[in-house]
Design a protein around this ligand. Structure first.
Ligand SMILES: Nc1ncnc2c1ncn2[C@@H]1O[C@H](COP(=O)(O)OP(=O)(O)O)[C@@H](O)[C@H]1O
Ligand SMILES: [Mg+2]
Length: 245
């Protein structure tokens, strides 16, 4: 069953058309990867899904229910959609545990003890329980991303949106995050991940959706996209990637 059905999605900022009619499905249990050149609208697309950005036209159905327009309970929607950012977005003054319990307490109204139990369970799942009392400054980038993932998972979301989750990480840590995503995929966690990191993309999915100039240009196996593709923008994207050290 489709978790998200995105149809003819359009977004413009002033007179700049960013999304020009995007059609995309995300199925339950799937890891969907979206790639595309910088500025093509990847982050905007993700941000439309939990209404951080208001689309101008088109439709987004989440579990069959329209999420655009008025009358939607945006708070309830956001509780079902986890979000992982490039820069981790952890609170520096809070410990790992407090970062992970914050939303459980504030949004779900859980008691301190229950929230801590839930958070520790997720931290343990991602091998971070031993770091629960540290502050983010004392963690590596990969560890911070794991905490951010544990925090998202603790809310028991229907899907996790990941926006360039490895772009602040070195290749070794990026591989660690890829491993985690594979593990979560095997546990049927649904994820929609935007990345320009080809190695990372190939580690987490076989097929890739290529977004270009606000439209889905292709949905194909990564190896097909990489191999001298007929579309110039796709060719150029993967050529540039190869040159990047
Ligand atoms: N809040 C905003 N106001 C105005 N322009 C924006 C805003 N957010 C994004 N844009 C513009 O929309 C385009 C797509 O941005 P984005 O979705 O961040 O691209 P990507 O994530 O693919 O690099 C860019 O040209 C960006 O400058
Ligand atoms: Mg972006």
């Amino acid at each position: 069953m489709a978790l998200f059905e995105i149809r003819s999605l359009r977004k413009q900022f002033n007179d700049h058309q960013v999304l020009k009619g995007v059609d995309l499905d995300v199925m339950e249990g799937e890891v969907k990867v979206v790639m595309g050149p910088s500025g093509c609208g990847k982050s905007t697309l993700l941000r439309c899904l939990n209404r951080l950005v208001e689309p101008c036209a088109g439709s987004i159905r989440f579990r069959g229910e329209e999420v655009t327009g008025s009358g939607v309970n945006v708070r309830a929607l956001r509780q079902q959609i986890g979000f992982l950012f490039q820069q981790f977005a952890l609170y520096r003054h809070l410990t790992v545990l407090d970062n992970t319990t914050l939303a459980l307490r504030k949004l779900k109204g859980m008691k301190k003890q229950d929230a801590a139990e839930r958070a520790l369970h997720e931290l343990d799942r991602l091998d971070m329980a031993g770091h629960a009392h540290k502050h983010p400054a004392h963690l590596s980038g990969g560890q911070k991303q794991r905490v951010a993932l544990a925090r998202a998972l603790a809310m028991d979301p229907a899907v996790i949106l990941l926006d360039e989750p490895t772009s602040a990480l070195d290749p070794v840590m990026a591989r660690e995050v890829a491993q985690l995503i594979r593990k979560l995929h095997s546990e049927r966690v649904t994820m929609l991940c935007v990345t320009h990191d080809v190695e990372f993309a190939s580690a987490i999915a076989e097929r890739v959706t290529f977004l270009n100039q606000g439209l889905v240009q292709a949905e194909e196996r990564l190896c097909v996209l990489q191999n001298n593709h007929e579309h110039p923008a796709i060719r150029e994207f993967f050529m540039t990637e190869k040159r990047t050290p």
